[in-house]
Design a protein around this ligand. Structure first.
Ligand code: FES
Ligand code: FE
Length: 420
């Protein structure tokens, strides 16, 4: 399969074969070569502000518990009881000093240490060394309140992995003190996780067709999108599309001083004119700042999500909404409403997109595609050259209609899945 992938996936020529979006063996490779090796986003720090707070999340196919331990530290713990493998914690979130296994009652502290074993003396005598039976702790780090973890002890530090995409993450997560608005929404879509990332990193082209209804409603301008914004690639499979300039300031005016203090003058210059920004952090995270005319003003909302793989043709979308902690109650309310209207589980944008990806995933299945090596066309923008006068880091193309980022994403993907 690795040889076949090397021969058939040709990102630089804009050739991406259909089978990679649904083949179970490709999915197995991805789990082993990407999701076991990369840094994976798990949680925002404001989800677990107090000692004892925890959330359960997925790393590839493995469940982990992210805790704010009683020792004050963040821990990422494999959610597998070290006795006989029961899933230790089956709640999405909560606050606990310790987790008691539902099978035989082993008791683990929220730091991962094994604290108690029922009838230990009677059933084990002196033979059980509890200090060696703590939960497996996973390597983790954070940037801008975002907690990432990796199963790969050899992986480069998170800082290096993210690289230049941090400049843009700052616009979403460091522009002010930010806090999540409640637990994330989750819903299941029958689509390949890569279609989410591919759409995030490069596809603005679909906006006025797939999302035509929202332009008809006057919520976004229906002007010529092909002359608008930038597409930027920053390396390691990370990139973004930036919509600007915006004639209106889409963030709370009263926080201007806080923004200016926390951002560089160049970053502030971008935020000031930002209409929207959609960022892909490889492999499967999306960050979105989106603004629209709503109830008489320009209102932005900031959200982020995971295309959490649940099989070759299934994702669980997990979506968080985040807002400036110091914004007014009215602003937070407006911002949350625009999110629900557009990209929440029942949002109009959301339904448009997931419909496309479900059909593409279904259409990529079957022996015919393997036999004929059917492929999809990713050649858009190959005649264009990057610009050198954009203020932020990365390879920047003028205007957002381009598949350059998708070609770069699939090159990075191919290198990962075919690595020795
Ligand atoms: Fe957890 Fe036995 S499997 S206590
Ligand atoms: Fe879309």
């Amino acid at each position: 399969l690795i040889q076949h992938l090397k021969e058939t996936v040709k990102p630089e020529e804009g050739i991406i074969p259909a089978y990679i979006f649904s083949h179970p063996k490709v999915y197995e490779l991805e789990m082993e070569k990407i999701f076991l090796k990369s840094w994976l986003f798990l949680a925002h720090k404001s989800e677990i502000p107090n000692k004892g707070d925890f959330v359960t999340r997925q790393m590839g196919e493995h469940s982990v518990i992210v805790t704010h331990g009683s020792d004050g530290d963040i821990h990422v713990l494999l959610n597998v009881c070290t006795h006989r493998g029961m899933k230790l914690c089956r709640m999405d979130h909560g606050n606990e000093k310790s987790f008691v296994c539902p099978y035989h009652g082993f008791n683990f502290k929220n730091t991962g240490d094994l604290a108690g074993v029922p009838f230990q003396k009677e059933v084990y005598g002196d033979t059980l060394d509890k200090s060696k039976m703590g939960l497996k702790e996973i390597r983790h780090d954070e940037y801008a309140g975002l907690i990432f973890a990796t199963f790969n002890e050899e992986a480069v530090p998170l800082d290096e992995y993210l690289g230049d995409i941090k400049w843009y993450l700052d616009l979403a997560f460091n522009r002010a003190e930010m806090e999540v608005q409640g637990p994330p929404m989750k819903w299941v879509v029958n689509a390949s996780w890569k279609l989410g990332s591919d759409n995030t990193i490069s596809d603005s082209y679909h906006t006025l067709v797939s999302h035509g209804s929202i332009a008809k409603l006057g919520l976004v301008p229906s002007g010529d999108y092909s002359k608008y914004g930038y597409q930027i690639y920053t390396g390691n499979g990370h990139g973004l599309n930036l919509g600007m300039p915006n004639p209106h300031f889409a963030f709370p005016e009263e926080l201007t001083e806080e923004y200016k203090e926390r951002l560089s003058p160049e970053q502030w210059g971008v935020l000031e004119k930002l209409k929207n920004m959609i960022v892909c952090v490889s492999p499967h995270m999306m960050i979105l700042i989106s603004s629209m005319d709503f109830k008489g003003k320009q209102v932005s909302n900031t959200s982020f999500r995971l295309w959490q793989p649940k099989g070759p043709d299934k994702i669980e979308i997990t979506q968080w909404q985040i807002v400036e902690k110091n914004a007014t109650k009215e602003w937070k309310e407006l911002s949350n409403q625009t999110n629900s209207l557009t990209f929440g589980a029942s949002g109009i944008f959301e339904q448009d997109d997931s419909e496309n990806w479900t059909d593409i995933t279904q259409n990529s299945k079957g022996a015919y595609h393997l036999q004929e090596n059917t492929f999809f066309n990713y050649t858009q923008g190959m005649h264009k050259k990057p610009v050198d006068d954009f203020v932020g880091p990365g390879i920047a193309y003028e205007n957002k209609f381009n598949e350059a980022n998708a070609r770069a994403f699939f090159r990075n993907w191919l290198d990962q899945v075919t690595a020795e």
